[in-house]
Design a protein around this ligand. Structure first.
Ligand SMILES: NC(=O)c1ccc[n+]([C@@H]2O[C@H](COP(=O)([O-])OP(=O)(O)OC[C@H]3O[C@@H](n4cnc5c(N)ncnc54)[C@H](O)[C@@H]3O)[C@@H](O)[C@H]2O)c1
Length: 444
């Protein structure tokens, strides 16, 4: 069974199924199609499947032409019919893994996808979970369900975990050239899953178990969350000391070894960094262990929007204004630079906190024309001289490139700059309040 599957992968006869065609699933589907496989995408969303079959891409990093090319050539199909998965030899699952309201793992999507895959499984399949999750999920959740469906994992069915490392908007590192870690439930599972990914990804990194692979992803994202938390705390420290945090970081980064540059900001966003470490924290709570670094980083990072809003309130106060009734313009609503993804964006928290205090908040974001939150749709405003002059405060939350920050500084009265976007501008009329107050150093 193993040899037959390896041979199908080698000569591209293997039919690939991708469950969940989002930020992770669609780019992966395109890599398999580019490598010469026939790919079936299964998604519960009719809208997503319709768009794809019409030759469009709903994911920023995947060009519509690539989708159209593969659909037209009959190499890629997207469907809501789960029976299509029965035609597959390999299935990668990339469905969401959010947190519940109590910040515990919400495994409902993984459970539903597992049921679907198990129902449509047959001997001679390799099945890989890509969704970020707690260590143990592949073995404890997927394996038993597949065995209930009659599969023998490690013998006629090969099961592994392989974390996705998609970085939306990253022009250098994408699905194909980012090394891919693969860990199987058995050694044979690792071997087959590694062969599968090696067919379309430049570098595959096999590890000894599914648990190791699950933990790799959590280490990577916890590392980022903790270091961002550290540097955010450093911004608060610098604020109290009146030292320029950006100067401190830039100077520390001249050390050629032993230091890695992270930058502070208004909080963390996206589908990964704010959420993934909680999967590990939750798992460890079930084993009576408290992951203190995760909890502390999360506490500091999630307090940053409130910190920013306090800065805005203090700055308006210095202008004899209250937050209530002030017009505030938020620059950048997406969670990070040069993408349109708003999931968990700290800008939404900044906006909500300002509105709760009675401010009238507009936003400008070249990547997000409008968004809907809690049933309310809000449209962005154009960046014009009038909009800037009308604002009592401008808050730079996400520093998209291509934005004319000189225009902002020339026409706004007050700017709270959480990203250091204004440090290199020509002198302007705006009063600029940085993330950390600068007193002891010479600003010029
Ligand atoms: N977005 C990223 O940058 C990123 C990076 C690395 C890892 N991840 C992880 O990858 C996983 C997927 O994230 P994403 O960003 O691609 O999510 P997404 O929301 O962009 O896409 C998920 C897709 O799965 C579909 N879906 C939901 N339930 C389904 C089901 N039962 N069967 C079939 N389809 C279903 C949805 O309709 C949606 O189209 C998550 O675990 C995430 O943590 C995401």
């Amino acid at each position: 069974m193993k040899e037959e599957l390896l041979s199908k992968i080698r000569d591209r006869r293997a039919v690939i199924g991708i469950v969940g065609l989002g930020y992770v699933g669609l780019p992966l589907a395109m890599e398999f199609a580019d490598a010469g496989f026939h790919v079936i995408g299964f998604d519960v969303s009719q809208r997503v499947c319709r768009e794809i079959m019409a030759g469009n891409s709903h994911i920023q990093d995947v060009p519509g032409e690539t989708v159209a090319k593969h659909v037209k050539a009959g190499k890629f199909e997207a469907t809501t019919d789960e029976k299509a998965l029965g035609r597959c030899d390999a299935i990668s699952i990339a469905v969401p893994t959010p947190l519940s309201k109590t910040r515990d793992p919400d495994m409902s999507y993984v459970n539903a996808a597992t049921e679907t895959v198990a129902r449509n499984s047959h001997p001679g399949m390799v099945i890989v979970l890509e969704s970020t999750t707690y260590p143990g999920t592949t073995r404890e959740v997927l394996q038993p369900r597949l065995e209930e469906a009659g599969r023998i994992v490690g013998e006629d069915t090969f099961l592994a975990f392989s974390p996705e490392r998609v970085d939306p908007g990253n022009a250098t590192w994408h699905t194909k050239n980012t090394p891919k870690v693969v860990g199987g439930v058995t050694a044979a599972c690792t071997e087959v899953a590694s062969a599968l990914y090696a067919a379309c990804i430049d570098t595959v990194v096999p590890v000894a178990s599914a648990e190791a692979a699950e933990l790799v992803k959590l280490l990577e994202n916890t590392f980022r969350a903790v270091n961002i938390g550290l540097v955010n705390e450093m911004a608060i420290v610098c604020d109290k000391l009146g030292v320029n945090v950006w100067e401190v970081i830039d100077a520390a980064a001249t050390k050629p070894f032993g230091f890695m540059r992270f930058t502070p900001g208004p909080g963390i966003g996206g589908h990964c960094i704010p959420l993934d470490p909680h999967y590990l924290a939750w798992k460890m709570r079930t084993l009576n262990y408290k992951t203190r670094f995760i909890d502390l980083a999360s506490e500091i990072n999630s307090e940053m929007p409130e910190y920013v809003v306090r800065k805005v309130a203090r700055a308006l106060n210095e202008d004899q204004r209250s937050v209530k009734g002030s017009r505030v313009l938020i620059m950048g609503i997406a969670y990070k630079r040069d993408i349109d993804d708003m999931r968990e964006s700290p800008a939404l928290d900044v906006m909500r906190l300002l509105e709760e205090r009675g401010a009238q908040v507009d936003y400008h974001d070249p990547w997000v024309n409008s968004f809907t939150e809690n049933g309310h749709t809000k449209a962005g405003v154009a960046l014009t001289r009038e909009v800037l002059e009308r604002a009592d405060a401008v808050v730079i939350v996400t520093d998209h490139s291509g934005v004319d920050y000189q225009l902002v500084a020339d026409h706004a009265g007050l700017i709270v700059d959480t990203r250091n976007s204004t440090s290199k501008l020509k002198p302007s009329k705006a009063r600029i309040v940085p993330l950390a107050a600068i007193r002891n150093t010479d600003k010029a």
